[in-house]
Design a protein around this ligand. Structure first.
Ligand code: URA
Length: 154
């Protein structure tokens, strides 16, 4: 992603297509993520996109706590280098890992938190949005909040 990005989007882990491409969010969920960032007048190239987990979990199972712990320093280094003004945490894994909580994503989304002085806005994961289109309105609201915070920071 863009090393000068003001917005970093953090997902869960690479899936099959990401594993093959060596790039995050290139599959169907990734195409939806591109449309979500386009909705706030950003191009995908403007944003830095990454995952909590750096290797694909077998059969896309949920990452284990020790896997999150092992990968977390890499995410932390990425955030230190990019120093975005906003992090959008995509889904439960990213939100819970960054915020060190076990709270449900449905309760975290749409609110503003902080990770090492960087504002964090959690929202639903684009893959879960593909399965639950009724959450589109919520994600739309959350990305508008991200947009507002980005404007305030420029
Ligand atoms: N889902 C994720 O969380 N990350 C990806 O890179 C692709 C799908």
């Amino acid at each position: 992603g863009n090393p000068n990005a003001s917005l970093v989007c953090v997902g869960e882990a690479p899936g099959r297509e990401e594993d093959l491409a060596g790039e995050p969010f290139v599959g169907e969920a990734g195409q939806l993520l591109t449309r979500i960032v386009n909705a706030i007048q950003l191009r995908r190239e403007d944003v830095y996109i990454t995952n909590v987990i750096k290797c694909r979990p077998p059969n896309n199972r949920d990452p284990k706590p020790q896997e999150i712990k092992a990968c977390f320093p890499f995410l932390q280094s990425q955030l230190q280098v990019v120093r975005p003004s906003i992090i959008c945490a995509l889904g439960r894994c990213a939100a819970q890992s960054l915020l060190r909580t076990t709270e449900r994503i449905s309760r975290l989304r749409g609110k503003i938190f902080e990770f090492q002085k960087i504002k964090v806005v959690p929202t639903f994961h684009p893959a879960s949005l593909l399965r639950n289109p009724q959450w589109k309105r919520d994600v739309w609201q959350d990305i508008q909040l991200v947009h507002k915070l980005l404007e305030e920071n420029t």
